[in-house]
Design a binder for this molecule. Structure first.
Ligand code: AMP
Length: 507
């Protein structure tokens, strides 16, 4: 089918018509190690067969399709096929256990659930109403078997800018995780802005090693590549050797900070390996200044750091051309408004407060949680991110941490990042996390959890290094050493887990 014919079929579907808008059908969408390439025609024909399968299973516009499946091209096709059929895509982290999945299924009441064949028995117990299909990492399973009987050439269901395209559950720092409702326009507008800002074109080959149950791999990486008509080097997960091997033929990579620290440990990372690469992007968690500098020394490339979240897509980015400043997340993206607040008031320039953002990227609210939505999304469209940060005189935004991670000790606020940055600068420290734990006198006490690469480093040497640099109330009351910091799949340090582990330290 020609591109023109496909676009005519997708014309009334806001997101799909944009994602499918540029690539000629014979162009390769994905290269995969050890597997055949996938062209744009194959990608969309497979999605069309899935859309027909979902519709025949009873999917009505607005119905949810939940998928807890391994990363594969078929998984991308479930996303595209769901949007095509007018449905709402609900990807689930493959690490979720049965009881966690039970909550998501009861909350989102999907019409269709797709799971790994190995989980079929367990998942079938969790849902009475949904139609269940299976999809294995190699693409086999009842979904593909059923879809093989359907014709390609599905006419996309008409969906407008404000219709929902996806619900992504947030990782939930407190209480139950919340389903962020994302509209066709939320996704399309953000990918268009990013494609332009980062100058993606059909010439690009993007290394795609991120998971696709999260906004970073699913929307930032996949949607931007599709919109540009670019190709992806599609890897099932992070693998330093596979990424190093892919670099000489690739042009860009999107990763979380741990990708960069692990690649720096690879002896083959050097100027020659990256000579074809034009852009390295980092996000989802803070990139240490030290990592930024080591990467730049080793490869000659300055990593472009950006900041976003499930609820808002991407909000800020360092510039493509111009100074990419380590430790900052750059400027608000075109169309995104950003302000720094203390409650109801904007703080003076340069001071720390809570970041709020507004724009076409900001989600529609939390699924079936009107009170939570009202707490975080103001009636005039400003979203209270819960991230704390400041804007410097040049307009660069710096994130200093999550509001919930801020430590209040003896009535004073301590921003963990300020303490962590100083600890990280001490020779022999690999990285650190600063948390607040209950304390009988101070309410909370500052505790530093440190990963060292020099075993001779002691608590007292850290304390004496900090004493000249930090006000006393900011200095850790105790410093503990761990071999690694607990992290989730997106590379975020799990401060909640640390707080739980050390809750009894001063009791
Ligand atoms: P998620 O919804 O899982 O994407 O998590 C979003 C959160 O990740 C944000 O609210 C920030 O706290 C954090 N985050 C994302 N990108 C960055 C970044 N570049 N620097 C610091 N924190 C970040």
């Amino acid at each position: 089918m020609s591109l023109g014919k496909r676009l005519a079929m997708y014309h009334d579907n806001h997101l799909l018509s944009r994602l499918a808008g540029t690539a000629i059908p014979s162009k390769v969408f994905a290269t995969r190690p050890g597997l055949p390439d996938v062209t744009y025609a194959e990608l969309f024909e497979g999605a069309e067969r899935f859309a027909a399968t979902l519709t025949d299973a009873g999917l009505q516009p607005g119905d949810r399709v939940a998928a807890q499946v391994a990363k594969s091209i078929e998984a991308i096709q479930i996303y595209l096929g769901t949007v095509m059929a007018g449905g709402v895509f609900l990807p689930l982290n493959t690490a979720y256990t049965g009881s966690e999945v039970a909550y998501f299924l009861s909350d989102a009441t999907p019409r269709v659930v797709v799971c790994d064949p190995g989980n079929q028995n367990e998942i079938s117990q969790l849902t009475d109403d949904a139609v269940l299909f299976t999809l294995a990492a190699d693409g086999s399973g009842t979904l593909s078997e059923t879809a093989a009987q359907k014709p390609a050439g599905f006419s996309a269901v008409a969906r407008g800018a404000d219709d929902l395209a996806a619900i992504l559950y947030t990782s939930g720092t407190t209480g139950r995780s919340k389903g962020a409702m994302l509209s066709h326009q939320n996704l399309a507008s953000n990918s268009e802005v990013l494609c332009d800002y980062w100058q993606f074109t059909e010439q690009d080959l993007l290394i795609h090693a991120l998971p696709i149950f999260h906004t970073h791999g699913l929307f930032v990486a996949t949607n931007v590549a599709l919109l540009a008509g670019a190709s992806v080097h599609f890897l099932p997960g992070f693998n330093a050797d596979a990424i190093i091997n892919a670099m000489p033929n690739s042009t860009a990579m999107m990763g979380v900070p741990t990708f960069y620290t692990r690649l720096l440990d690879h002896s083959d990372l050097n100027i020659e390996t990256v000579s074809n690469m034009r852009l390295f992007i980092s996000g989802s968690a803070p990139l240490l200044v030290e990592t930024h500098e080591r990467w730049s020394d080793r490869t000659g490339h300055r990593i472009l750091e950006r900041y976003g979240m499930t609820e808002t897509n991407m909000n800020t980015s360092n510039p493509y051309r111009g100074d990419r400043r380590a430790g900052t997340v750059g400027f608000p993206l075109p169309g995104v408004e950003l302000r720094i607040m203390a409650g109801e008031h904007e703080v003076p320039q340069g001071e720390v407060g809570v970041l709020e953002v507004r724009g076409p990227n900001v989600f529609q609210g939390y699924w079936q949680m009107p009170e939570k939505t009202a707490e975080e999304l103001r009636p005039d469209g400003w979203f209270i991110t819960g991230d704390q940060g400041f804007v410097d005189a040049d307009g660069y935004v710096t994130i200093v941490g999550r509001e919930k991670d801020m430590v209040i000790t003896g009535g004073f606020n301590v921003y963990p990042k300020e303490v962590e940055s100083l600890i990280d600068d001490i020779p022999g420290v690999k990285e650190s996390a600063v948390i607040g734990v209950p304390h009988p006198d101070f309410g909370e006490a500052v505790v530093a959890v440190v990963v060292r690469n020099d075993e001779s480093l002691t608590e007292s040497s850290i304390t004496s290094e900090l004493s000249g640099q930090l006000a006393r109330f900011k200095q850790p009351k105790q410093t503990l050493f761990l071999p690694d910091l607990p992290r989730n799949t997106m590379g975020k340090v799990q401060k909640k887990a640390l707080r739980t582990s050390y809750a009894g330290l001063f009791s």
